[in-house]
Design a protein around this ligand. Sequence first.
Ligand code: XMP
Length: 326
Amino acid sequence: TWTIGNIAEEQIERIREQIGEDGRAICGLSGGVDSAVAAAIVQKAIGDRLTCVYVDHGLMRKNETEQIERDFVAATGTNLVVVDAEKQFLDALAGVTDPEEKRKIIGREFIRTFEAAEADIIKSAPEGTKVAFLVQGTLYPDVVESGGGAGTSNIKSHHNVGGLPEDLEFELVEPLRTLFKDEVRLVGEQLGLPDEIVWRHPFPGPGLGIRIIGEVTRERLDLLREADAIAREELTNAGLDRDIWQFPVVLLADVRSVGVQGDGRTYGHPVVLRPVTSEDAMTADWARLPYDLLERISTRITNEVRDINRVTVDITSKPPGTIEWE
Ligand code: XMP
């Protein structure tokens, strides 16, 4: 009979066969559910012949890096290399306000950092072993969309790693290529991954870098992280996580607004709450969050986050508005 247990077992067996007795694999973790479940499956298949890489670009939300570094590792026992690249990313982003420019810079720095980590792992592998496999969290809908056809394996990726021979090729390992998102979540639960990872809302690769309108700085990131953590915590406490597709909080860092607190006038920044419902992110509707929930979020953010003195809600559907503000 069909069970989620069988799905996981089947994939573990398939991956074990693909990678063989002495192959080694590398997997990039993004903080999201797909890469985490893919890595957990491969870890079950080949144990410590898998090395995971997590690039900490400094643009993650509060506690997300810890969830990977601590909770994911505790749940799976995987070898993890964490690259602390915050300074490198923030230096590269200094003075940049254009959204597409931010994306380009973050994407470029990410590939650079990941490839350097890959090269280190390959160089430090025991003599004679071949690190030849790259794990990816490709889902069934992506396979269909790209015309690959389910079950096709041994796709060669022309993935050049800086400092290594040009012709070094990785073979892709795709443990999720027959699964839909809800199945990935069930497998993740079954493998004992933390709820925060398994049920995480989609989060863009450029992270909070595209949720700060204006230049991205450490100070602004810290402000946004606090406001965002409050919004997410209250959404979770209200039991609405799974009804909402995404809940970006956006810091209007280049806008100031006048406020009053205690006896004094303040001149701080507004944040925008952007809760949306959606099926696939192609279209979206603004979520009608309960007023008392919005009130709690607003009160807490303005009380607890220094420099944020105004909370607004975005009531634009997509189209015409995108989900993200940049
Ligand atoms: P928009 O803002 O275009 O977003 O409605 C649609 C979905 O894509 C996510 N998104 C991104 N994901 N890199 C990503 O990995 C990006 O640059 C990026 N921009 C938007 C967004 O969070 C939403 O889920």
